[in-house]
Design a protein around this ligand. Sequence first.
Ligand code: A2P
Length: 334
Amino acid sequence: MRSYNVAIVGATGMVGTKFLQVLSERNLPVKNYYLYASKRSAGKVVNFLGKDHIIIELKEENIVGKDLDFALFSAGGATSKEFAPIFVKNGCVVIDNSSQWRTDPEVPLVVPEVNASDSLKNKGIIANPNCSTIQAVVALKPLHDKYTIKRVVYSTYQAVSGAGMTGYSDLENRVTDPDQLKKFPYPIYGNVLPHIDVFLDNGYTKEEQKMIFETQKILGDSNIKVTATTVRVPVFHGHSESINIEFKKPCTLEGIRECLIAQKGITVIDDPKQNLYPMPIYAEDKDDVFVGRIRLDDTVESGCNIWVVADNIRKGAATNAVQILEYLIQADSK
Ligand code: A2P
C-alpha cells in the first residue's frame, strides 16, 4: 500500500492538537507528517507518534517541494482562504475545518456517515462542516432516509471549547470582569449566551445560518425546512442539541429507535426510568454521537424530539476530518 505525506495546519490549536491525538490512535499509512502554525509557534518541538516534530511557519516557501498529499486545516477562515489554494496548487488535497469554503458549490461538505462519496468529487478542497451540524446530521440521516424530513428545529447548548483557546480560558479562569474577557462579549461563567458567531441582518447568528445551510447541503435536500437557535453554555467539552423533527411519512417510536440504533457512529442512551440519557460528560473524548430522550411529537401528524450530544472537538471537528482522510486513502488504494 502507498504511504502519504500529510500536513497539519494549525497544529498548535484546540482542534489541531486533537487532530494529532486522533491520528495517533489510528494506523494511517503516513510517511511524513508536517506540522504548521503561525510564526509565533515556529521552532517549537511537538512529540507526536514517538518522534519530535518542529513546528513549521506557514508560508509558501515552506510548502513547496514537500510532496504533500493531504493537509488537515484548522487555523481559521482567513488562513484557509490564503493558504488552501497554495497547498492545492502544490498537488495536495485540503480538508478544511473553517467555514471559508463550505458554501462554495464546487467544494464538497462531508460527514462520512452521511455523504462520504461526495469527498471524491473534490477539486482540491473538502470542507469539514460546523461542529453543531456534524453531530445533528449523523442522527438526521437515517431518519430522513426512512421518513423524509419536512422540517427541523434546532436548539443548541454549545461548549466553550468550540470557541478556541481564548473561549476556553474565559470559562476556565471564571472571568466575570468585562475588561478581562478574552473571547466572549459577556461572562460565560455562570451564564448562558444566545449568541455564537456574529449577528446577521435578519437577526439570526452566523452559527445558526451555518446549521441551516449545511444541513440542507449535506443531506442533499434544499426542500428541508430548518431553523435554529444556537447557545453557548458554561460547559468545557461537548455540544448538546434538542432537535425537533417533522416527517412527511408516518413514523413510530419503535421505528425511530431502530434506525437510530442501526446507524453507524451513533450510540443510543435512552432509558429515562433509569435516568439514562446522553450528557457532555459521557461524550468527552469519544468519537460517537450520543442520542437519547427519543419521544414522538404529538403536536404534528408525524414527528419526534431527540437529544443529541457529541464531543465538538472530536466528532465535531478532528475525528470527522480524519475519517474523510481515511476514506480518501482507502478510495485511492482501490
Ligand atoms: P499559533 O498557535 O502559532 O497561533 P485555536 O483555534 O485553538 O485558537 O488555534 C488556532 C490555530 O491556528 C493555532 O495552531 C494557530 O497557531 C494557528 N494560526 C492562527 N493564525 C495563523 C496564521 N496566520 N498562520 C498559521 N497558523 C495560524
